[in-house]
Write a protein that binds this ligand. Structure first.
Ligand code: G3P
Ligand code: MG
Length: 251
């Protein structure tokens, strides 16, 4: 089973920061997952949530942005990358990470190139974030990353848009609330390589069905080593974990 560092080594460093991605690599991760939103000015920003309420802890002294109390509530879609990336997204996790900033997808591609497979989860497609699929595809082409990056999403129309832009793109279909019958049909149409499901959704029936259709099955978020034997037995191909050292030796 493959271990994919979920939001980087997010059990040990603030999620979706360069600190978490560097640490994942240092801990030996061969694959990393991250989440992508798009700012008002079209930058691809790496963070999980829709705003800064959970992981943001203020702006540097003298920053010209309006008050922090207001900024932290504004949706990423309505912020410029300059304002979004001024926020401290490290100190909520531990004081020693204070000053960590939200990276751009480009920054993570630079870091991971030649070192790890990257699972790029689009939090929403172009219905909310205009042209996000095209921006991601362009960036992956620019970094020659079509072989070592996989685009996934719960937003399935975004996957169809991405596929229409690039036939070589590797895709992961996040099941979410979609029924299996429909998911398997869409995954086949998309030529997705994996079905990505939650730990609760990881039953013998689902895993067996997906694998019989030629899909890999990836399970999130697996943070207890004691879950691994069952998943291995079911034939799961990989797990997303906040702990890159979970249950060593994994690949
Ligand atoms: O891509 C797997 C997993 O990251 C999906 O859930 O909410 O952690 O992005 P979430
Ligand atoms: Mg994710």
């Amino acid at each position: 089973m493959r271990l994919i560092a979920h939001r980087g080594a997010s059990g040990h460093a603030p999620e979706n920061t360069l600190a978490a991605f560097r640490l994942a690599l240092e801990m030996g991760a061969s694959a990393i997952e991250l989440d992508v939103h798009q700012t008002r000015d079209g930058e691809l920003a790496v963070l999980h949530d829709w705003d800064l309420r959970r992981t943001g802890r203020g702006l540097p002294k003298g920053h010209p942005a309006r008050s922090w109390a207001r900024l932290r509530r504004i949706r990423v879609a309505d912020l410029t990358f300059r304002d979004l990336s001024a926020a401290d997204v490290g100190s909520w996790f531990a004081p020693r990470f204070s000053g960590e900033r939200i990276p751009r997808l480009e920054d993570v591609l630079k870091l991971a190139a030649g070192r790890a497979e990257l699972h790029v989860e689009l939090k929403k497609g172009s219905r909310l974030y205009p042209c996000i699929e095209a921006r991601v595809v362009d960036l992956l082409r620019r970094f020659d990353a079509l072989k070592w990056a996989v685009v996934s999403s719960f937003d399935h129309p975004a996957l169809f848009t991405a596929r229409s832009l690039e036939p070589r793109l590797r895709l992961g279909y996040l099941l979410g609330m979609t029924r299996m019958k429909r998911a398997l049909a869409e995954a086949a149409e998309l030529r997705a390589e994996s079905l990505n499901i939650s730990l609760r959704q990881a039953t013998a029936k689902r895993v067996g069905l997906a694998r019989s259709m030629g899909l890999k099955v990836l399970v999130y978020t697996v943070n207890k080593a004691s879950d691994l034997p069952r998943l291995e037995k079911l034939g799961v191909d990989g797990v997303f974990s906040n702990h890159p050292d979970l249950g060593r030796p994994l690949r």
